[in-house]
Ligand binder design. Sequence first.
Ligand code: SAM
Length: 284
Amino acid sequence: MDIPRKERRVPSGRPAAAPWWAPGRDGRADVLLGEVGDLYHHHYGLGPYDPSVLDEPPETRDQRIVDELHRLETAQADALLDRLGDIRPEDRLLDAGSGRGGTSFMAHERFGCRVDGVSLSDHQVDFSNHQSLERGCRGQVCFHHRNMLNTGFPDGFYRAVWTNETTMYVELTALFSEFSRLLPLGGRYVCVTGCANDAHGRRSPAVARIDHHYICGVHSRGDYFQALAASGLAPAEVVDLTPQAIPYWELRAHSPVRTGIEEAFLTAYAEGGFQYLLIAADRV
Ligand code: SAM
């Protein structure tokens, strides 16, 4: 499945090949992990894991590992939300590429404000809107089947916008130009993403394996800053989360939800050719 990078990007509609989140393809891992605490994440985790989970007896070991992975994924979303700034209940937030809505629900619980999520996957949108109903926040947390490159929401509508592991599916200049339009002056954009480390030199084969596995196109670190600057988004904080990201992959490699891609992530991080980055930028 060797799809040229450009064709994998989504200029204005659906991707050329069915991505991993298409019905029947999205990760058994994410669904299993979401069943823990009823919060569904389609992103990776941050922070150290409790090593005692690996010493559990066989009958409880798998579940303890799954619980621990879920805890680290929730910690990752908390790290993103920590960077949104001073959000008030009357503000409005956008989760661009919202998956099954885990980060959106956490944002609503933390800030008490209205959150919109957009996803290209209609079954994810149905799933997360159903979760909104079950959680009793249907009027406050709403998911829409829309393209984040062209959301149709009004100019300056959002106090803050975030992308949690979604930027590798689209072209960055088009994406950041849309976010710049959606934010008022001083509005905040937060991005958490894996990126190729262009200071490392040649693109690592392990990064190519990640692209191939997820049918995406990992951008380089430099691409992010060029595209942000071109859209009037000025970085206020940049954090290399790589050291905090590695334990998650080590634990996942021992888990019942491993998919085989764990080794590519661990290799790419260890070689220095790949980084897990958080960027918080202001609309200027
Ligand atoms: N942000 C979510 C999370 O942290 O759980 C989901 C991340 S998942 C890796 C990538 C998401 O990006 C999927 O929900 C997919 O539908 C969405 N996506 C990719 N391209 C998109 C686009 N052009 N417009 C809207 N959503 C998109």
